[in-house]
Unconditional design. Structure first.
Lengths: 295, 496
């Protein structure tokens, strides 16, 4: 009887395993929420009714251009631009030659639902994608200081995002500087021209490295403002550090390693150093010179 | 009293001819795998010599064994405080150079050499790297005093001698050596077991064999550093340590270990000893001069009714007690007192004992004449060529008395036998010698029989392994009783 019981239990277990696989497979096929899609992949360059940032304002874009062209462009912007399409070249010029990147996994269905979203949002008085609302008040010294603390990680980002210093450097950070993975951000404010463009970009960073890092930990408007203030003050105060900092690191590293080895050698001076070789070497002393024979 | 059984060994150095058959038997059975080429679980050393690995007896270098501190025993190599800072780099490990780099020859170059004016040669290649190499050392590089100025003269046991004695020992007329075969001693207080951070080493309850669990070993190599006899080895291929297993699969089927079985000189004896496990710490804590006596006291008389009762209480099978009563090791160690443990001062209480070699002067040179000393063939052992201090440093824990006793008794046996077989010695002298050697004609005959006329059955008294009982310690053999199979469709019926 015990055997029969365990057999039944095993069957039940098999059922659950199969069921888990089926539901798991179904969930991956589920459609992506277009609002989320837009927020993650579009909103760092585009607004709906918030004016141009890097890319054009998409309010009523479906009225400006036909859907078939738009879908094609969303799925493969690089291909359309390279094909010499006149309208594509025109908007490329308007965007000061910043090419729209291809979004990984973009499909006709996704593009369609994004266009539907844009159409629906365009009809609203104020779209949720009107861009981040950063106040226009002048930056205070307190903003700059708070921004610096956010950058260095002294103050945590509210949603748990990684501090900028992990990957970026900025002028005036001190001897060790910041991270080297991302670009130097000393002049980033000048590159983005104004607080709105930089702020919007920060609200949904869209580079390959930053997207996965900040997708689930977006920065808040009240964090972006002091950061932008900090970047502005940095751009005004410092020049980008182009000196090869690596050399200092290298020398420091070599010196430290040699010092550590010497210290350990002193500490472990009584360690076992092998026996046989020293016996052989000790016995192979040079022979005493033979006195010249007197013949 | 906590009576336990231990399979112990005696090696009779007076009989060893240094043929290395034991080493080869062991190598062929156990260590011909990749990563183990350099290991010799059994090796034969020439003494005086530095042995394998070079100078293993020098614990100032290798830091093996136990030391006493504030009346407590602690490992020389690792302690609780030292193990953490040293765990990723054990500072007391011998390198492969201290053993030797194993090699073979590129026979290809010999067989497939093109025709030419020169003799083709097979160059040596390393068995570790596969590259060409220069052979600089081997496991018995100082065999028969080869390379004495390098090796033999650095034998740590020579420290016990005065400079004059040292010089004499290496003078041509007195030149002397003997062989010293070594396997794991399967100690009572094993430093290797105590040192293992993973708990991979253990001493088998039923017969005291010390083993390394290959599934638990985590390659810390503490045992390699801790064993003062350097009888655990690190397999660089599997990343586990290995050691002599006393051929336990053979023992369990009633056969002697391969090295014992193959021994040409029949120098090896194996049998069970009963000992009092409660006294291990006390004995290991004694000063070296007293340790030999203390260890002998700890070994119990298997004919004593009290010991037999204690053994039964501890679950020892009657057949094991019976084997202990017949044990040749008990005779050599306890009854006759002529077998001694090697370097007992290391504190591990080795359970492999050696009968010291007599090494008498057989002839001497006088000017250009070589004279046989036939008139005094069995002269006093004080004139033997190996100085007593040297032998006692190796086998007596620095205690010359034990060594004199063992040598004197052997000498008396020889004289007694000479009287019986040749008859050219004075009976009174022999009688006096026997008395001085604390022995009787009967005992002398028994020693002679077991030394010279021993059969397989005399040398190896192997108790039945009783694996069926040993397994019960780990697992209930009735665990699956009545819980497997389909049962009966209809119950079995008995009778008519």
């Amino acid at each position: 009887m015990r055997d029969l019981g365990s057999l039944r239990r095993r069957r039940l277990l098999h059922f659950f395993i199969v069921a888990a696989f089926v539901t798991g497979a179904a969930s991956t096929a589920e459609a992506i929420d277009p609002a989320k899609d837009f927020k993650q992949n579009c909103s760092s360059c585009h607004t709906i009714g918030g004016g141009r940032i890097t890319g054009p304002d998409l309010k009523d874009v479906t009225k400006r251009k036909d859907r078939a062209w738009l879908k094609k462009f969303i799925v493969d912007p690089g291909g359309v631009i390279d094909s010499g399409d006149a309208y594509a070249l025109k908007i490329l010029e308007e965007a000061r030659n910043v090419r729209m990147p291809n979004v990984a996994g973009m499909s006709n269905e996704r593009a369609e639902s994004i266009l539907n979203l844009i159409e629906a949002e365009s009809k609203l008085e104020k779209s949720q994608f009107a861009g981040i609302q950063i106040s226009n008040r002048p930056f205070s010294q307190a903003d700059v200081d708070h921004g610096r603390r956010l950058f260095t990680g002294e103050a945590r980002l509210k949603n748990g995002g990684t501090s900028c210093i992990s990957c970026h450097a900025v002028g005036g950070l001190g001897a060790l500087g910041g991270g080297k993975l991302g670009p130097d951000l000393t002049k980033v404010f000048e590159r983005y021209e104004n607080r709105r463009k930089l702020g919007t970009w920060l609200s949904a960073p869209a580079t390959e490295t930053m997207l996965p890092t900040f997708r689930d930990h977006p920065m808040e408007a009240e964090e972006i403002l002091p950061l932008v203030a900090y970047f502005k003050s940095a751009a005004q105060t410092y020049e980008e550090d182009t000196a090869p900092r690596g050399l200092v690191f290298l020398l420091l590293g070599i010196g430290g390693a040699v010092g550590a080895v010497l210290l350990l050698n002193r500490f472990w001076r009584r360690r076992f150093r092998g026996v046989r070789r020293s016996l052989v070497e000790a016995s192979a002393l040079p022979e005493e010179p033979v006195a010249p024979s007197q013949s | 009293m906590d009576v336990r059984s231990q399979i112990s060994m005696v090696f009779h150095l007076d009989k060893c001819i240094g043929c290395h058959t034991c080493s080869i038997a062991c190598k062929n059975v156990w260590t011909d795998r990749k990563g183990t080429e350099y290991m010799w679980w059994n090796n034969v050393e020439t003494k005086p010599g530095t042995g394998y690995p070079t100078k293993w007896e020098d614990q100032e270098e290798y830091r093996g064994g136990w030391e006493k501190k504030d009346g407590k025993l602690r490992l020389k190599s690792t302690g609780r405080g030292r193990i953490v800072p040293n765990i990723f780099h054990n500072p007391s490990l011998p390198s492969m150079d201290d053993y030797y780099e194993p090699w073979t020859y590129k026979y290809d170059e010999l067989f497939n050499a093109p025709e030419g004016d020169d003799q083709p040669t097979a160059r040596p290649i390393s068995k570790v790297t596969g590259e060409y190499m220069d052979i600089e050392a081997g496991p018995n590089w100082d065999d028969d005093l080869g390379g004495s100025p390098v090796y033999a003269e650095n034998d740590p046991n020579l420290d016990a001698l005065t400079p004059q004695e040292r010089e004499q020992m290496f003078s041509i007329e007195r030149l002397v050596f003997f062989y010293f075969p070594r396997i794991c001693n399967h100690c009572l207080n094993p430093a290797c077991v105590a040192s293992c951070p993973s708990g991979a080493l253990y001493k088998r309850g039923e017969d005291g064999i010390v083993l390394i669990d290959q599934k638990v070993c985590r390659a810390w190599r503490s045992c390699v550093a801790a064993c003062p006899y350097k009888k655990t080895y690190f397999n660089w291929q599997t990343g586990k340590s290995e050691k002599c297993i006393l051929c336990f699969p053979r023992l369990e089927t009633g056969q002697a270990p391969a090295c014992f079985h193959s021994c040409v000189g029949r120098i090896r004896y194996l049998g069970v000893l009963l000992y009092d496990a409660e006294r291990i710490e006390e004995v290991a804590n004694k000063p070296p001069e007293e340790m030999i006596d203390a260890q002998r006291d700890m070994i119990l008389d298997p004919r004593d009714p009290e010991v037999i009762r204690g053994a039964r209480e501890n679950g020892l099978h009657d057949s094991v007690i019976e084997a202990a009563q017949k044990s040749p090791v008990y005779k050599y160690v306890k009854d006759w007192g002529i077998a001694l443990p090697p370097h007992i001062e290391f504190g591990t209480l080795p359970m492999l004992f050696y009968v010291p070699p007599l090494l008498p002067v057989m002839a001497k040179r006088d000017g250009d004449n070589v004279e046989s000393v036939s008139d005094d063939l069995f002269h006093g052992f004080e004139q033997a060529r190996a100085p007593l201090d040297y032998l006692s440093s190796l086998l007596g824990g620095g205690n010359t008395g034990k060594l004199v006793y063992a040598l004197r008794k052997q000498m008396a046996v020889r004289m007694h036998r000479r009287l019986k077989t040749v008859g050219d010695v004075d009976a009174e002298v022999v009688e006096r010698m026997l008395r001085e050697a604390d022995t009787t004609p009967e005992e002398a005959d028994a020693i002679y029989d077991l030394t010279a006329l021993c059969t397989f059955e005399d040398r190896f008294v192997i108790p039945p392994a009783h694996r069926e009982e040993a397994i019960e310690m780990m697992k209930d053999p009735q665990e699956h009783r009545q819980s497997a199979g389909f049962g009966f469709v209809s119950g079995p019926e008995r009778g008519l």
